[in-house]
Design a protein around this ligand. Sequence first.
Ligand code: HEC
Ligand code: HEC
Length: 317
Amino acid sequence: MKNLVWLFIPALLSVIAIAAEPPQQAAVDYPAWAYPKADATPPAGAEASGPVKVPGSAKSYTQKEIDDLANPPDWFPDEHGTAPQIVRSGASDKGFACGSCHLFAGYGHPESANLVGLSADFIVEQMADFKSGDRIDPARMNAISQATSDDDAKAAADYFSSLKPTVWVKVMEADMVPKSWVNAARMRLPLPGGGMEPLGNRIIELPQDPALATARDPKSGFIAYVPPGSVAKGEMLASTGGGKTISCTVCHGDGLKGFGNIPELAGQHPIYIARQLYNFKAGTSKSAAAQQMQNVVANLTPDDILALAAYAASQAP
Ligand code: HEC
Ligand code: HEC
């Protein structure tokens, strides 16, 4: 199956090369909802204090311990295999434990990414691309990959690729969404005072339980609010290409589950998917593999990107 699909790709790419303009290096309008930035002033009532616990775990940590990038909380140590040092405590002198932002279960938060469901080869490749600058994430992964040896990147990749994904993001179509703010760790949380606002043409991802998300509980996931009709529109584009791109399933596989060096999209955070589509469009992801995606995104509009992200996230991983 794998080999068969690859046989068709060169032919498809030449079709697209004729149909599509070369990717624009020009300025791309990055939507604020896909690239969360910390709010300057936290709202009143947002500070947590005292020891933190999560349901089903006997452990207890303070918020300061939870936020320690060199020794993140491992709420359910019996539920995963032995985590290598790079995942538990990061590179010996630098920290950046992968288990902090990506949790020991391999899920990330919307501002980062899920690693569970990706192949070890793909994770190793992305670490190399972040390191060389062929892929950019100036806020986090560029520095982290530079502090990570190739052996450690491989150990982390072997660990995360051995985990099994389950549904972590629930996609809901809605006109209205809880008002929210973004904390210092770039985590979007509902405003303590409550209230709703129109969703408009955005995707807003919020934790199912804000306290458990800030505790980095690997069992409490996220809700992604997406505009009505976006999932069906995304499904059409993903399966047919809608006359402006190639069907995503040709490369990412049935159900967008990915294989080999082509990543799984199903169940990934939709704002992460949108970020990557914008990065491909801007040409800031520029490895040979990423160039395949530059052709794919060349003619996609912001609405198409939103719809594809909503659809892919709604699929079972
Ligand atoms: C301080 C938080 C943080 C830590 C620690 C961290 N990451 Fe990340 N990681 C991120 C963010 C943020 C992104 C999303 C980047 C983007 O949006 O392009 C990411 C994305 C990734 C991706 C891309 C996934 C994909 O689907 O392409 C990989 C692979 C990855 N991280 C591996 C690691 C490994 C391995 C470690 C440990 C050495 C690690 N990360 C530690 C924040 C972190
Ligand atoms: C010609 C094959 C091909 C097609 C068609 C294709 N992709 Fe991709 N896609 C890739 C490859 C290869 C990568 C890995 C790029 C890299 O390593 O940087 C990728 C990466 C991605 C990523 C980044 C995921 C991550 O975890 O970092 C997203 C998002 C994505 N594709 C979405 C789509 C969507 C949506 C479509 C359909 C509109 C699509 N792709 C069609 C080959 C393809």
